[in-house]
Design a binder for this molecule. Structure first.
Ligand code: ATP
Length: 366
């Protein structure tokens, strides 16, 4: 099947700065594709090249199999939703949605039909005569998407569209955006620095760092099988220790951390040997906590320490354990069982995790 969007060796230089370097990806029809990365990694530059606002220094962009490099921005079969939605405050909702259709010269009856259909799809039938400022933030968001979708783009580009919303609305809109994408059955390309947005909505996520794609895959792939230390550290919460490998036996390694602890981990096939500098990553949910050292005796990583902070967040509460032999703070999920309800700052506890939960990557010297 021809991909809706394909970029090959996409590169953009601004003078001495290489903002995007050799980025290649293809997005199958009707999917939700996200580019996730820290500020300044080159996400917006990719979007602007796809939309036609910037010319690539090298590489090609194909939409439905055809190169669009020679196509002017307003003639490309893509549309873009920005963080500041850019709805026209003087127009009512129907006129906002119909704006591009009028410019395209469609007949009034056809425009009205498409507006009604779009309002139905976004779950807001009958609000066409309302003013923009009579809508909630989430409703405005849906109208901004409808305004793009009536033009039937092959690809909708979304540049951090939830960034301006408050936390609660952002949580709800993540789910809504995904269902809008399914309702319109159109490819969405979404850029964000917020991993939780990318994880919730995307079929495929590309993690970007310093102009390059580090890894592409499903949220699960990135979370459970990161290919690089950058992805392991950027996607999801994690504990990280730097040190030097003392022993290696096949996949299994023993590392002495810079703080002097010995931790066990696995390499997942990466080439690592005794003497190498390395990082071990362990997810907070992989670490068990107990009042009894005995309960953890089957784990090959065990540490004792004291609770330094309790971060209450309902089911997702966390504990920070400090006062360990290595001196660092370790983040652990707080179990729901009542046994831990009385934990407080200063409580003495034991923690442990299996060696195969320690994901080990090569690293430079600290
Ligand atoms: P953010 O999340 O902060 O928007 P981003 O990942 O979208 O960041 P870009 O805006 O694509 O990052 O910028 C990538 C790099 O290219 C940055 O170093 C930026 O300073 C540089 N850059 C972007 N546009 C230009 C420009 N017109 N001229 C020179 N440098 C630029």
């Amino acid at each position: 099947m021809t991909p809706d969007l394909e970029c090959t060796d996409l590169t953009k230089r601004f003078g001495d700065t290489t903002a995007v370097e050799n980025v290649s990806f293809s997005v199958p029809p009707g999917s939700f594709f996200s580019i996730l990365g820290p500020s300044g990694c080159g996400k917006t530059t990719i979007m602007r090249m796809i939309a036609g606002f910037l010319e690539p220094s090298r590489g090609d962009i194909l939409i439905k199999g055809r190169s669009v490099l020679d196509v002017a921005p307003n003639k490309r079969p893509v549309n873009m939703v920005f963080q500041h939605l850019a709805l026209f405050p003087m127009m009512n909702i129907a006129d906002n949605i119909g704006y591009g259709l009028r410019r395209a010269g469609l007949q009034k009856s056809e425009i009205n039909r498409k507006i009604e259909e779009a309002l139905d799809r976004i779950g807001l039938p009958g609000i066409g005569s309302r003013k923009v400022d009579e809508l909630s933030g989430g409703q405005k968001q849906r109208v901004a998407i409808a305004r793009c979708m009536v033009l039937e783009p092959d690809v909708l580009l979304l540049d951090e569209p939830l960034g301006a919303l408050d936390l609660k609305l952002r949580e709800r809109m993540k789910v809504e955006l995904k269902s809008l994408q399914a309702a319109f059955d159109t490819t969405f390309v979404y850029i964000t620095h917020d991993q939780s947005e990318a994880l919730v909505m995307s079929d495929t996520i590309a993690v970007m760092n310093e102009g390059r794609f580090e890894q592409m895959g499903t949220g699960r792939d990135l979370y459970y099988r990161p290919d690089s230390a950058f992805v392991a550290g950027f996607v999801g919460d994690t504990n990280r220790w730097h040190g030097r490998i003392e022993r290696q036996d096949g996949e299994r390694i023993e590392m002495r951390t810079d703080s002097g602890m010995v931790l066990r981990g696995v390499t997942h096939g990466r080439a690592l040997a005794a003497g190498d500098h390395a990082d071990i990553f362990v997810r907070p949910e992989a670490i068990m906590i107990s009042h009894s050292e005995q309960d953890l005796s089957h784990f090959d990583n065990r540490i004792s320490g004291q609770v330094t902070s309790l971060l209450f967040n309902g089911a997702a509460s966390r504990v920070l354990i400090g006062g360990t032999a290595g001196g660092e703070e370790i983040e652990v999920n707080l179990p729901q069982s009542g046994e831990f309800a009385s934990l407080s700052k200063g409580s003495y506890v034991h923690i442990g995790w299996a060696g195969d939960q320690g994901n080990c990557f090569s690293a430079g010297a600290a």
